[in-house]
Ligand binder design. Structure first.
Ligand code: UT7
Length: 332
């Protein structure tokens, strides 16, 4: 079986910058609270008529394809991770497929929230390993800003999320010492409702009611403290799992790219793993938490900043709603 490698990577974020100060005008919050508790300074929000979940994914994909020296017609499969698809159905994968002018190749949507990109990467990796496909586009894209409650009631969640997209092209690696060395996926549905949007709800006779709009169940709910506690346990666990599986120590890692959930979570992981700050990617101050888009945006920026060189050992890790958590170890 052959390894897959990241042949190209790109990201796209909307132009519209929304600062903590902007949010102060909409709810009882403060720049100081948001910075201290999350590390976020600003985030991007979509512009209606310009940005969609699918077209942001398409733009990130074009950039990734360009880096890989491939054209859209070379793509064998699309895997699209998002919790904020353009429509309830069909998925954003097919809409992005249309946007890129691709015909008949499969387009799969992945619904694993903050871990969605690594889950999607793992699926693409398997298709390349088996020899079924050669070039797989793996995308994470989100528009959160249209689904947040900009009021005092929603402040615990609304200040965190932002919009954006990232994508990679997976292609066969030249050797089995390079590329994606392993992926590790986990889930625990016991905590499904601890970070969730529970309406519209197909188990109710009326899927969407005025009551749901009024009681806020159409907006994300997060048991922040509980999610935080699980995150700081699961992140180191799943990173260590990837390292142990491949016979490496934390000190062998050249760059850790964690899902950008909270700067305090990232700092905790860094300390727990005994890594210097420069080996841990963080860009939450610019984009907030973009769930499925966060890992590929961070990876793409790290690459552009020259923080990833040929031969580097790069670890991706994520934790989020589900709960789901995952890691991927890559020899670049
Ligand atoms: O990406 C998926 C995974 N997600 C995560 O990993 C997120 C994990 N959780 C977190 O990052 C943190 O729990 C939050 C950033 C969401 C919240 O931080 P916290 O330190 O856990 O705050 P808290 O929820 O315990 O709230 C502390 C106080 C409360 O006031 P009282 O009860 O102490 O008077 C909140 O009402 O902060 C208040 N608060 C706010 N104040 C100003 C909550 N949200 C805000 C806000 N602005 N936006």
């Amino acid at each position: 079986m052959r390894n897959s490698k990241i042949a190209g990577i790109g990201h796209y974020v909307p132009d519209n910058v929304v600062t903590n100060k902007d949010l102060e005008k909409l709810m009882d919050t403060s720049d100081e609270w948001i910075r201290e508790r999350t590390g976020i300074v600003e985030r991007r929000y979509f512009t209606e008529g310009v940005d969609t979940t699918a077209n942001m994914g398409a733009e990130a994909s074009r950039r990734a394809l360009q880096m890989a020296n491939l054209e859209a017609k070379d793509v064998d499969m699309i895997i699209f991770a998002t919790l904020s698809p353009d429509y309830v159905f069909p998925g954003s994968g097919v809409i992005m497929q249309r946007e890129l002018g691709l015909k008949e190749i499969p387009a799969l949507d992945v619904r694993n929230q903050c871990s969605g990109f690594i889950y999607a990467l793992s699926v693409g990796d398997q298709f390349i390993k088996t020899g079924m496909y050669n070039n797989v586009l793996v995308v994470g894209a989100e528009i959160h800003s249209t689904g947040l409650e900009f009021s005092d009631r929603g402040r615990g969640v609304s200040v965190i999320f932002g919009d954006g997209a990232g994508a990679v092209v997976l292609s066969p690696s030249e050797s089995n010492d390079k590329g994606i060395l392993s992926t590790h996926l986990h889930a625990d549905g016991e905590f499904a409702e601890e970070l969730a949007v529970t309406a519209p709800n197909s188990n109710k006779k009326e899927r969407l009611t005025h009551e749901m709009l009024d009681d806020g169940s159409v907006y994300p709910y997060m048991n922040g403290n509980l999610v935080f506690k699980h995150a700081v346990t699961r992140f180191p666990e799943v990173i260590n799992e990837a390292l142990e599986k491949n016979g490496y120590q934390p000190s062998d890692v050249d760059l850790l790219v964690p899902h950008q959930a909270n700067l305090r979570i990232t700092s905790y992981i860094q300390q727990k793993m005994g890594l210097p700050a420069e080996k841990v990617m963080s860009n939450i101050h610019k984009y907030g938490n973009t769930t499925a888009a966060s890992v590929p945006i961070a990876l793409s920026e790290a690459y552009q900043e020259g923080r990833i060189k040929e031969g580097d050992l790069v670890c991706l890790a994520a934790f989020g709603s589900g709960f789901t958590w995952a890691s991927a170890l890559i020899r670049w």
